[in-house]
Ligand binder design. Sequence first.
Ligand code: HEM
Length: 422
Amino acid sequence: MRSIREVADLQCQAMTDVDHTKPIADWATEFDHTHPEYGAKAPEIWDDLRERCPIAHSDAFGGIWLPTRHEDISAIASDPEHFSSRGAVVFAERPEEPAPVGFAPPITSDPPFHAIARRLLLPAFAPKAIGPWEAATRTICNDLLDTILDAKVEGEPLSIDGAVAYAQHIPVMVIADMLGVPKEDGDIFRGFIHRIIENPGADHDIAEEDSFDFYLDRVIAEHAEATEKRGDLVDFLLEIELDGNKLAPEHVRGTVALLLIAGIDTTWSSIGASLWHLANNPGDRARLVAEPELIDTAVEEFLRFYAPVTMARLVEKDHEFGGCPMKADDWMLLPFPAANRDPEAFENADEFIIDRARNRHAAFGLGIHRCIGSNLARMELKVAIQEWLARIPEFELHEPDTTRWSAGQIRGPRELPLTVLG
Ligand code: HEM
């Protein structure tokens, strides 16, 4: 089985092989989800494709499909027999490790092992388990806001980066505490995640001791050797049993990696996109400040409108889907954010409606891999926005808007220059 490091290297190679300086002539036949233009204007691209070519194809990455209709995305996500999760993140080669455990269970596992690996994790992310983390999350947000506002001079505007100074830290600190790893390692995690999920295009020839695998092995060994257990998530994974046996070491390592990767860029992106929206839409901002009881519907609409996650599948065998000839080992992207903008599935899909009453969005996925961390993500997003608005009710985007949205499979603001007013 490939190590996490090898998978990251293959993905980086795939990303750097693509020429990102050339504009894309036609998104229907040569789309590239790692192109900066996709990061900047993905919603327009989905709307265009949904109208004229709802399942786009490109030869990039050895053959890849991009469905844009809710109905198709839902059907594919519900059909693990034809679309396997053994490759959840796209790279030029194909993952070689066989099911069942896969590289990061349960997200890279297929049935029947998927249900077993998923069931093990559910209690740790149930509402009852997440509730007690809310107070700590509020403290984290307020500590960050204290640091930001330290530089504020009464009556003068203050320039800050909402993604870098605020949004990115919240999920890192929360999941670090839950797992039982040092919060101060935040920069280290983000480095690993950047290599695995984003488009680094940078030299990734790093020393073994600086690799994600090495880090994970160290954290797990420290937990295993500790005489006093702390009851954190790593201890939980080391203690639980499957058919009377402890989990295989690669299962524990893959799941710790998954929890670090799955919860950080995703939630960072959602918090950042929500701040971007509130900075850019003073009417919604004023309304949420005046009517704080709207926070729950606002959070669902932030998740729908700015859904950050696109997952991938591998086509299992040659077959036709939606009139398209799928070949075994083609990549299939599942752009849940595009499903959320489909007018067939949502009334006024292209409008942000802060008190949208019916909102069965797909931000947390559709089908058997639906997000396990949704209770935690919702709590973090709600608390992050509530605490921000309580301390910074008046803010706007820098003029001109210099926000940089990430391309690739997780979309969100990575640089979000804001002006704090008042
Ligand atoms: C706003 C934040 C988040 C979004 C939008 C999000 C979205 C998603 C999506 C779309 C999937 C489905 C993947 C697929 O179909 O292949 C997923 C799965 C998953 N997510 Fe999240 N996620 C978020 C936060 C989190 C957090 C905070 C955690 C936990 C730390 C987490 C843990 C997981 C896990 C373990 C899976 C795999 C479930 C399975 O394979 O059965 N996520 N997430």
